[in-house]
Design a protein around this ligand. Structure first.
Ligand code: FE
Length: 206
């Protein structure tokens, strides 16, 4: 079985925003797609560990801001590499507006926003798959959307070149580029930047 085939799947990148119980937050997801056109429905799969997951589950509504190629790494860091449990991601955050449904969407580095209401949800263990009816659509720019491959090639920071290349072995996070220095990466290691597990690291020799 060629496990790397899973990396050949293409994905978009999105900021999922929602609110419930007086709390508002957003997170980065790469799992949104249109599933029916009449009526217009999309699906999103959201990791239950994300604070925003609970907000979508509770309120049954969300906005999906589609990230474009002009999105900076700061946007990914802001929405992806910190938790809404500890941080109010919209406090002092200027690049957002409220859609007709009252929820925030992201206005910079995005090319469109989909407002949707959850119709069905399926418990998938680590994730919930939400099927949602599209209630509103707003075009924000004509820029191409950022795919996950584009993020990997152009948005994620390049690892810093070593001062002197001496065949040093490090482990690099494939998601955000964080470098762990050491021959062996602990199995339970969690990336301090993006919180992805050790399985998302690759061994590289500088
Ligand atoms: Fe990382």
């Amino acid at each position: 079985m060629d496990k790397e085939v899973m990396y050949q799947l293409s994905y978009g990148l999105f900021v999922l925003t929602s609110a419930a119980g007086g709390r508002e937050s957003g997170c980065i997801i790469n799992t949104a797609c249109q599933v029916t056109s009449q009526p217009n429905r999309i699906s999103i799969a959201v990791n239950k560990a994300n604070f925003t997951h609970g907000l979508v589950k509770e309120s049954g509504q969300f906005n999906l801001s589609i990230l474009s190629q002009s999105a900076g790494f700061d946007t990914f860091r802001h929405f992806g590499f910190q938790s809404g449990r500890e941080t109010d991601k919209f406090a002092g955050y200027g690049a957002c507006r409220r859609a007709a449904n009252g929820l925030y969407y992201v206005t910079e580095g995005t090319n469109g926003v989909i407002s949707a209401r959850v119709e069905q949800s399926l418990d998938l263990g680590s994730h919930t798959l939400f099927i949602a009816g599209v209630e509103d659509l707003k075009l924000l720019s004509g820029e191409p959307s950022a795919t996950y491959a584009y993020y990997q090639a152009h948005i994620k920071p390049r690892p810093q070149a070593p001062a002197a290349s001496g065949g040093k072995t490090v482990w690099r996070c494939k998601v955000c580029g964080y470098v762990y220095e050491g021959e062996e990466l602990p199995e339970d290691f969690i990336c301090p930047l993006c919180k992805h597990p050790a399985s998302d690291f690759e061994k590289v020799t500088l």
